[in-house]
Design a binder for this molecule. Structure first.
Ligand code: WTA
Length: 571
């Protein structure tokens, strides 16, 4: 394997001597970087924006925004003033500390002003991916008890306002918005709003952002993060993203996912760098053009996107000047060695894998610019965090053993709650101290971690987490569907695709139209990315005696594997 190791050509990384730093680093050292270390006054949005606005970085571009229709630039001073204005609009809508403000809209500068404005008020921001349909939107607003929803006229139709008694105000970002007692025209109020705002100073442990994410059972759960997470966002911006003052940084993720907030908003702005946000959908030419136009130096994306670029061919790539790029990172799914080889050949750069999850709030296991990369490995724990492979009782296993990838409690950006579900939160911790990730992995003798798979049935498709239960629940709402079981099957580009096994109700027969109708039913009810690409019809599905669909057996069928112990199966 040694010959496969990629040595670093970047000895100038912010983290130069990994082992030395690991030995001596304490998180309290990172706290010195924040103004609250002196003033005692805490608020993430202040550290990310206002502090820079008030410094010699005030006129530096904080946000380069573009999409098909808009191309705009905002300095840190602009971001301060506009997030203050947005904060004032929300304040007038009744938002106070601890209130949940959900933001359901496509990427646009306003989204960022409003998210920061929410945090400035001490509110808890809940970003929702624009592709969510009514069922997905309702579940999240209901569970969180959202008080205010920010959305657009186009998306409003997917919000079942009458079924959400706790929702007091709708802030609509768009043209020709009719106002009433409940509805606020954002643009009108924003124009008039003051650009000064008294920031709500909070406790480090106060809630800041709520991301809903999927598990293998039950509805999506609300993962709560607090202001304290900024310590890890800042420190990993330095060590992992390797951000320096002159960098132009682009994270391709939407803020509806944790990567789009932790690393699309907080980390780059805490580090005071210029942040590129590109709205709209993925297209290879558009992405290369974005890298070229903004002379992006540090780029954070995902394996599915890299694989798509790879598949698009190097001819397209050759049209663009990407010479500004110096550091490329990946997250969300296993980064195949083949993609790393493509990166070396096409970009002449190593792609650095990073592992973390919604629940960890920030990067945990990473490849660093100044470290050797073993293609296929996720790298090593961020200094100050302790990761290990543990068995199901929480005993640490020796190198090269497969087991649960676990992290020692106490890293700064750890989730602080699962909204409304304290027992669920507790269930993640083994032997008191170990957070168990749900991923299986092993660690080699040199301390590199290697991803093996999910322990549970969670599906990763195009880097997005889809809970099979949520899709199954939607499927059985269709009048033709008696039973449904959903699994992920391997796909060369998307990592996994969603496959549903379905048993029809009496009186229904398979037809192509029915199949399409069922697929669209999930698309309309949840979202396009949750809809099964592949549907297989069966007379009945394997179930346990208690009636639970055995996804393990479906998976074995699909992959032609032995079905294993079937003793609990209903005969
Ligand atoms: C998977 C995304 C392999 C993993 C930030 C994890 C990865 C889940 C990697 C979290 C990686 C994330 N290699 N798998 N580098 N990074 N994953 O919450 O299964 O959307 O548990 O967070 O993605 O997905 P989430």
């Amino acid at each position: 394997m040694e010959s496969n190791v990629l040595t670093s050509t970047n000895s100038n990384g912010n983290l130069r001597n990994y082992d030395e730093v690991c030995d001596s680093f304490e998180w309290s050292q990172a706290e010195k970087a924040f103004s609250w270390a002196e003033t005692g006054l805490v608020n993430m949005a202040h550290e990310a924006i206002d502090r820079h606005a008030d410094s010699d970085k005030g006129n530096k571009v904080a946000l380069y925004y573009s999409d098909q229709h808009r191309k705009e630039e905002y300095t840190f001073k602009d971001m301060r003033d506009y997030s203050n204005k947005a904060g004032n609009v929300l304040k007038d809508s009744g938002v106070t500390k601890g209130d949940r403000v959900f933001i359901f809209m496509p990427r646009s500068p306003e989204l960022y002003f409003l998210l920061l404005g929410t945090i400035k008020l001490g509110g808890i921001a809940g970003p929702l991916f624009e592709a969510f349909m009514e069922g997905a939107v309702k579940d999240r607003l209901e569970d969180s008890g959202a008080k205010v929803l920010v959305t657009t006229p186009e998306l409003l139709g997917r919000v079942p306002v009458d079924e959400l008694p706790e929702l007091e105000k709708l802030v609509i970002v768009g043209d020709d918005v009719k106002e009433d007692e409940k509805t606020i025209n954002f643009h009108r109020q924003f124009e008039q709003a003051s650009s000064t705002l008294d920031i709500e100073w909070v406790d480090r442990e106060d809630g800041m952002i709520l991301h809903y994410t999927s598990g293998s059972t039950g509805k999506p759960k609300g993962v709560l993060h607090v202001h304290n997470a900024m310590i890890q966002h800042y420190q990993t911006a330095k060590w992992v993203l390797d951000l320096k003052d002159d960098d132009v940084y682009w994270c391709t993720a939407d803020p509806g996912w944790v990567t789009g907030t932790s690393y699309g908003i907080f980390a780059p702005w805490l580090a005071g760098v210029s942040n590129v946000i590109r709205g709209g959908r993925f297209s290879p030419e558009d992405w290369y053009q974005t890298l070229e136009n903004y002379k992006v130096t540090v780029w954070y994306s995902a394996p599915t996107a890299f694989r798509m670029l790879m598949g698009y061919g190097d001819k397209a790539l050759a049209k663009y000047d990407l010479s500004s790029l110096r550091h490329v990172l990946s997250v969300g799914e296993p980064l195949n060695p083949e993609v790393i080889r493509w990166g070396m050949q096409a970009l002449n750069l190593r792609i650095h894998d990073t592992w973390w999850m919604t629940e960890t709030g920030a990067q945990v296991i990473c490849n660093y610019p100044s470290m050797e990369i073993k293609p296929g490995s996720m790298g090593k724990p961020v200094p100050g965090t302790e990761a290990a492979i543990v068995d199901d009782e929480g005993n640490v296993l020796p190198p090269n053993s497969m087991g649960n990838l676990a992290i020692k409690k106490g890293w700064p950006s750890m989730m602080r709650a699962i909204w409304n579900r304290p027992e669920k939160f507790e269930s993640y911790f083994l032997a008191g101290d170990w957070y168990v990730s749900g991923d299986s992995a092993y660690m080699d003798e040199e301390g590199y971690f290697w991803f093996q798979g999910r322990v549970d049935d969670v599906i990763m498709t195009s880097g997005e987490r889809v809970g099979p239960f949520e899709v199954e629940s939607k499927l059985v709402e269709h009048p033709a569907v008696a039973e449904a079981g959903v699994i992920g099957t391997p796909d060369p580009v998307r990592g996994e695709i969603i496959k549903a096994f379905i048993a029809l109700r009496d009186g229904y027969e398979y037809s192509e139209e029915l199949e399409e109708e069922i697929r669209n039913f999930v698309k309309r009810g949840l979202s396009a990315h949750a809809a099964p690409k592949d549907i297989e019809f069966k007379d009945s599905l394997p179930k346990t005696r208690s009636g639970k669909i055995m996804r393990r057996v479906l998976k074995a069928w699909e992959l032609d594997l032995p079905t294993g112990d079937l003793s609990t199966m209903e005969k």
